[in-house]
Design a protein around this ligand. Structure first.
Ligand code: PRP
Length: 239
């Protein structure tokens, strides 16, 4: 880890601690993290940065659990099982916190491109791309008028409806590494289409990440297609 990466990790830990502090006293934060309340006060107020080991523990340990809990509290299901995740995907600051936690806990290598699906994956894709200093690309269900060449992937869904995603062909070059992300994974059909687009681009997939997994069907489906790490920040029961 070079000096800039260490500094970035230390600042990410401070951002996680600040989020946790919003709803806690310093004593409660000390109980949660195992760190002294006085130190936490200095970190949260920006007077001192946590050491690298402490920063890693915060980001990978309590950070993941806390973000998953926060995510669960912001997601709503209706009677038919449809998800309202606007409380998450409309909050870019929250997604900016998720990116380092996801990258560190699931072990994704830095990609050249973060690939997602319009619409709801876009803000997470932007957060992940910003964290990795990578480009972001999103496949859409329609063709952009001025773009001449597309990669397209089509699938007949379990529902019988056909779903096609289009990506401008120049968004990903052969040999580049691609991290596939989305806000939600349920059947895995969307991820399968994105993986197919990466394959057609002759790119190397470095991982598949979803904020929310509903059941494990989609995660299992992605794992059948790629050997790269596949994971979600939080998993809800499918029923
Ligand atoms: O694992 P799956 O069963 O494929 O479901 C996951 C997909 O469903 C949602 O997108 P949706 O198709 O609703 O499009 P939207 O983002 O434009 O709302 C979500 O954003 C994922 O892309």
């Amino acid at each position: 880890m070079n000096r800039a990466e260490k500094a970035a990790l230390q600042l990410q830990a401070v951002a996680v601690l600040r989020m946790l502090k919003e709803t806690r006293t310093y004593d409660e934060l000390a109980d949660l993290t195992g760190l002294p309340a006085g130190d936490l006060n200095r970190y949260v107020n920006g007077h001192v940065l946590p050491g690298v080991e402490r920063a890693r523990d915060v980001v990978q340990g309590v950070g993941r659990d806390a973000l998953a809990t926060e995510l669960e509290s912001r997601v709503e299901f209706d009677d038919e099982g449809y998800v309202d995740n606007s409380g998450v995907v409309f909050d870019q600051s929250f997604l900016d916190l998720v990116a380092p936690v996801a990258a560190n806990t699931l072990g994704f290598e830095r990609p050249d491109v973060v690939l997602t699906a319009a619409t709801d994956g876009i803000t997470l894709g932007a957060a992940m791309a910003s964290y990795f200093d990578a480009r972001v690309a999103y496949a859409k269900k329609s063709k952009e008028t001025a773009v001449e060449e597309f990669i397209e992937s089509r699938q007949r869904l379990a529902s019988g409806i056909e779903l096609t995603y289009y990506l401008p062909a120049r968004a990903i070059s052969a040999g580049e590494s691609v991290l596939i992300v989305d806000d939600l994974i349920r059947s895995g059909e969307t991820q399968e289409l994105l993986l197919d687009i990466a394959l057609q681009s002759e790119a190397n997939v470095t991982g598949v990440f979803a904020l929310i997994s509903v059941g494990t069907e989609g995660i299992d489906r992605a794992r059948d297609i790629t050997e790269a790490p596949v994971g979600a920040l939080t998993t809800f029961d499918a029923d």
